[in-house]
Design a protein around this ligand. Structure first.
Ligand SMILES: [Zn+2]
Length: 728
């Protein structure tokens, strides 16, 4: 079947004049379009249809309209209609940007009843002015009809679709009369629960209502678009894998069938917090897990300094990780920055997009070829609150200062909101730590969403990782058990499957026994000081028995089921620095069990949370050993002597197996300014029968040897990015 334009590789760009639309009038639009095609090498451009600037001009248009007010400074000049023929001439698809979230107070006053309201009836935007001034409307209010008319007008111009920036559902909103009426219709209840009131069982229903409201909005918006042009596309910024999803009603699965791309943003921000160098890769993997083409939005500015372009290396990293994950690239250029730092802006983007344009066939219709999958569950992100009291103990930071150690107050948080925030923090670290640990171990990984366990997506998966995938339905558990008894391997951490899909703790004795657990007795208090676990049982590759490792920050006290082998044991807590060791505890940290034709590796700790929190090599090596243990005699899919900062992603299409090598080896800081090239990196890859290996960046063929289904070769030099095509 012939692929539609949006199903082929798309390189999207937005050029931004930050509100000064009159600049368009002075542009030579032919040159502007030619530059898009021949300098930036893009094939899809976002043009603002409604402004995203102060004081909230989303009600104005940059095109001529009988109904809507024109943005100032443009006169009769119609940006969309003027630019479209030039873009067409150069083969560039035009997808207007429609701001659907930022309106001035004056405009809101002339449309009473449209604003999102807080529980006390005040407008969200008056209490929390958007970007310093302005408000936002409710997608269940009559504003909906207004924006749908605007969307229809945009599509009728003859463009290729639209991107909707919003509408969002804001924190502590929306309690307007329209939401109240619809909620009552959906649930039969008049009373709306308080926002994030976890003690109120109705909060989860309200959360689902908010999510469904967003899904219904995009569904209806798509119907409007298609009523004008059945071939036009529509998509929004739908969020990634974060515990914040519940606050904004984000859910990529629910939105999937109503939009053409699944997209989310991964903007570079300088931060004192640890920032994984693989964030674009991780988000891209998550978005690409679905059925739609995916897109990672990369901000082309140096963090919050919008007039300075993002430095070359960070831009290169973001774009190569995005395409390695199977996602499409998107970047925004702030034209003001081009006046004085154009060379920096061009540097990585121009080179990368030219490469992608030249090699489109290797980015077309690809799918993950990874044998290891990680289930990143949105239900868990939405609802997880651990039932283990000990996790909520305030143990301080563990930092030494002035001859004392910060050990906290020792009190357990009792309020459920605090418990949710602690649980959410464990989860956020565990999910990104899981993808990072696998990346640093050179384990290609395919992300699964909750729904994918029941689908074909499990096909080809040999190892399934549940990184504290706590909230699962009974049906999902049964499917996982089947996967293992049929010969698959499972690595499950911490409280995976201990709660149902709505976050309620379940006894689940059968499932726990399946994991190798006879009984969960409780949890250790968190520890970042002087606590250990010890290797035993002789099966953890790379570590001798008796070796001690830093204990994970969080840990459960479980008793092993009969027949399950203890491979690592928690040691008794010491709890303070410079005290003697306290010997082995009766509690295993890692259990191995045979189940049918498969095996289960259970880790009684959120191991990946500690990978993220501490970044210790011991925890990374342990994670890799567990995957090796799970892969059994087959061994790891990819073996290499490259450093952990070399990401290896494996995809495939009609051209063969595509091995993306993203080198994030930098100058020991973020932003990375300079990559350190890697030399003579050896690989052994399980890839079936291969006829030829081509290195696309180097433009050379690679010599290789084959042995028992594995291909062995060496790559002389990897700068920032390389793609190997293993032709069958
Ligand atoms: Zn509302």
């Amino acid at each position: 079947m012939e692929l539609k334009w949006w199903q082929k590789p798309v390189r999207m760009m937005r050029r931004d004049f930050l509100g000064d639309f009159s600049r368009y009038k002075d542009l030579d639009l032919e040159t502007f379009a030619r530059e898009a095609k021949h300098r930036w090498h893009i094939n899809c451009e976002w043009i603002m249809a409604t402004p995203g600037c102060a004081p909230g001009l989303a009600y104005m248009t940059t095109f001529n309209s009988a109904e809507f007010e024109k943005a100032p400074g443009l006169g009769d000049f119609d940006i969309l209609r003027e630019y479209l023929p030039h873009a067409r001439k150069h083969g560039i698809r035009v997808v207007p940007y429609i701001n659907a979230h930022w309106y001035s107070y004056e405009f809101a006053e002339s449309h009473p009843g449209w604003e999102q309201l807080l529980e006390d009836g005040t407008s969200y935007g008056r209490k929390h002015p958007l970007y310093g001034g302005g408000t936002t409307f409710c997608l269940n209010s009559p504003w909906r009809d207004w924006i749908f008319r605007l969307i229809r007008e945009v599509i009728a111009i003859g463009v290729d679709g639209c991107f909707l920036d919003g509408p969002s559902i804001c924190p502590n909103a929306c309690y307007c009369e329209h939401c109240r009426r619809l909620y009552e219709k959906a649930t039969g209840q008049k009373r709306l629960p308080k926002y994030m009131d976890w003690a109120d069982p109705d909060w989860k229903r309200f959360a689902q209502f908010r999510r469904d409201s967003r899904a219904n909005f995009i569904r209806d918006a798509r119907t409007e678009v298609e009523s004008v042009n059945p071939d036009a596309v529509i998509f929004l910024n739908g969020g990634g894998f974060s515990s914040a999803n519940i606050g904004g009603g984000g859910d990529v699965y629910k939105f999937q069938e109503h939009q053409h791309f699944t997209g989310a943003e991964e903007f570079y921000h300088v931060s004192e917090e640890y920032r994984s160098p693989f964030r674009s890769l991780n988000l891209g993997r998550f978005l690409s897990a679905g059925d739609n083409p995916s897109v990672v939005f990369t901000h082309h500015t140096m963090s919050a300094w919008h007039y300075i372009p993002l430095c070359k290396s960070e831009m290169q990293l973001a774009l190569s990780e995005t395409v390695a994950s199977g996602a499409n690239v998107w970047f925004a250029i702030f034209e003001e920055a081009m006046k004085h730092r154009a060379e920096e802006a061009y540097a990585a983007t121009e080179k990368m997009c030219e490469f992608l344009e030249k090699h489109e066939q290797f980015y077309t219709d690809t799918e993950s070829a990874a044998e290891t999958a990680a289930l990143l569950s949105n239900s868990t992100l939405y609802y997880y609150i651990s039932a283990q009291n000990a996790l909520y103990k305030d143990v301080g930071s563990g930092k030494e200062e002035n001859l004392t150690v910060d050990m906290g107050t020792g009190k357990e948080a009792e309020h459920i909101a605090e418990r949710r925030s602690t649980s959410a923090a464990i989860l956020d670290r565990e999910y990104s730590g899981c993808l990072d640990a696998l990346t640093r171990s050179h384990v290609p990984v395919k992300v699964l969403w909750d729904e994918h366990l029941m689908e074909e997506k499990l096909k080809g998966v040999k190892i399934l990782v549940l990184p504290n995938t706590a909230c699962l339905s009974q049906k999902q558990l049964t499917r996982i058990e089947q996967f293992v008894t049929d010969g698959g391997s499972l690595i499950a951490t911490f409280e995976s499957g201990f709660y149902d899909e709505l976050g309620d703790a379940r006894r689940r004795a059968r499932w726990k026994k399946f994991l190798g657990i006879a009984k969960v007795e409780g949890a250790f208090a968190p520890s970042a000081v002087e606590d250990y676990m010890a290797i035993t049982g002789g099966k953890i590759d790379g570590f001798r028995d008796g070796t001690i490792l830093p204990r994970t920050y969080n840990a459960l006290k479980v008793k092993p089921a009969a027949g399950s082998e203890t491979l690592i044991r928690f040691m008794n807590p010491i709890g303070k620095s410079y005290l003697p060791m306290a010997g082995d505890s009766p509690y295993p940290a890692v259990l191995l069990s045979r189940r049918g034709k498969g095996r289960v590796v259970y880790v009684a700790a959120p191991l990946f949370e500690s990978v993220h929190r501490f970044g210790l090599e011991d925890h990374l090596r342990l994670a890799q050993s567990l995957v090796r243990l799970a892969s059994g005699r087959r061994g790891l899919q990819v073996q290499t002597d490259g450093p952990g900062s070399l990401a290896v992603e494996m995809r495939k299409n009609a051209k063969g197996v595509l091995l993306h090598l993203v080198n994030a080896t930098g100058d020991m800081k973020r932003p990375i300014e300079k990559f350190v090239a890697l030399h003579n990196v050896s690989f052994s890859v399980r890839a079936g029968r291969i006829k030829r290996i081509r290195a696309l960046v180097a433009g050379k063929n690679v010599r290789f040897k084959t042995d028992k289904g594995r291909v062995a070769f060496s790559i002389p030099r990897i700068d920032d990015y390389e793609v190997l095509v293993l032709e069958r």
